[in-house]
Design a protein. Structure first.
Length: 395
């Protein structure tokens, strides 16, 4: 007998610091508060990922009051890894005496693994499509040495096949943008596919003048300092080298400007910052609930993405977080959803030195409060709660 209204949020990335709280744990907790109980099952496919996730696991369990299970999975470079991970998933379900009503697979890989187990256990399958994984891997290939670039084409073929498989076998699918649904959702019945953008939690992200002043004082910023912030990973499509370069050029032109980088990958960013400008940068890491304070302390976010289909169909949650704290966002036109929302909020500035230098008239607390309140209506997740609940209910 199935456990009624109980699901498994399945991922094969371990518990990655940059996304697991905002895109997995907070969603599972939200659904639980509305009667849909979920366990988070994270398979780590490398020993490094497993060790890092093991360290963070107790804090996540405490902070979110969720049942989170961490397993060691089989690396994707191993032949037949999807099948082997499916066996591990089935075995883990049996060992934990769990027969879920549904499984939500984060990305097409986790969904494809669950699809192999679905006929045996009889659960409903929800595909959580987070982005254009095919194009993302193509971008990674470009970073490889030329003599190795021929090797990954087998993986590209596997990704393409998985996308077909999950489109045919899932019962429902969530896409983060219309563009992504049009790209990947052709095999999913129209009534069973939904667009839910990456939205931020209004209780976590907001603008507060007292919080801003407190964190700026803690970080040592002066009243006239203008803080440019980047928050995120070093993934190739994030354009982190270009981000640090742009910040550096602005700082050289006007010493009031400072750089703030928030990332778990501190060493990578410390190596990117020019030696003569290290005094003007802070590089720190934090958890999701601390992020709001640091964004409040900042003035302008730098949000660059590589051009191409991968960026165009994406739905970056960082843009929602930046916007809901009232920041101006230095962004090019590479992400369709950012362009559309940014036009409504009037919070986009061109990612050029002169444009950033001249946007200080938009940085008053009054204007920022107005932008933040408008963004909460557009980028906050409250408006999508009922839609999420309906998607996860299988009668």
């Amino acid at each position: 007998m199935k456990d009624l209204d109980k699901g498994v949020f399945l991922l094969f990335e371990g518990l990655p610091k940059t996304i697991v709280e905002s895109q997995v744990l907070s969603i599972a907790k939200l659904l639980g508060e509305h009667g849909i109980e979920m366990e988070v099952w994270a398979f780590a496919m490398t020993s490094a990922s497993y060790k890092e996730s093991l360290v963070d696991l107790p804090k996540y369990v405490s902070d979110y009051n969720l049942k989170i299970r961490l397993f060691r999975g089989v690396g994707s470079i191993i032949p037949f890894s999807s099948f082997l991970n499916a066996v591990l998933f089935l075995f883990s379900c049996r060992m934990n005496s769990l027969r879920p009503t549904f499984v939500r697979g984060r990305t097409e890989y986790a969904t494809a693994v669950a699809a192999m187990v679905k006929p045996i256990m009889g659960f409903n399958l929800l595909w959580d499509s987070r982005g254009d994984t095919y194009s993302e891997y193509e971008e990674r290939i470009k970073e490889m040495p030329r003599y190795l670039r021929w090797l990954p084409f087998m993986k590209l073929r596997s990704i393409k096949q998985r996308l077909v498989t999950v489109g045919e076998r899932c019962d429902r699918a969530i896409f983060v943008s219309e563009g992504l649904m049009n790209l990947q959702g052709k095999g999913v019945c129209s009534k069973n596919k939904f667009v839910v953008p990456c939205l931020a939690n209004e209780e976590v992200f907001y603008f507060d003048i007292s919080l801003r002043n407190s964190i700026r004082c803690k970080l040592g910023y002066q009243r006239d300092d203008i803080v440019m912030v980047y928050a995120g990973s070093t993934a190739v499509w994030q354009s982190v080298s270009e981000t640090i370069s742009l910040m550096s050029k602005v700082i050289k032109r006007d010493s009031r400007f400072k750089g703030l980088v928030i990332s778990p990958e501190l060493d990578h960013f410390n190596h990117l910052i020019p030696a003569d400008l290290k005094h003007a940068f802070l590089v720190i890491s934090c958890d999701l609930r601390e992020m709001n304070g640091f964004l409040n302390a900042s003035d302008i976010s730098v949000f660059l993405r590589r051009s191409g289909r991968m960026s165009w169909v994406s739905s970056p949650i960082k843009f929602a977080e930046y916007s809901m704290t009232g920041l101006m966002v230095a962004s090019s036109n590479t992400v369709n959803q950012v362009n559309e929302i940014g036009d409504c909020l009037a919070n986009i500035v061109e990612p050029l030195v002169n444009s950033i230098l001249s946007c200080d008239s938009q940085l008053s607390n009054e204007k920022r409060q107005i932008r933040a309140e408008a963004a909460i209506q557009t980028c906050g997740r409250k408006k999508s709660i009922q839609k999420l609940i309906n998607i996860h209910k299988f009668d």
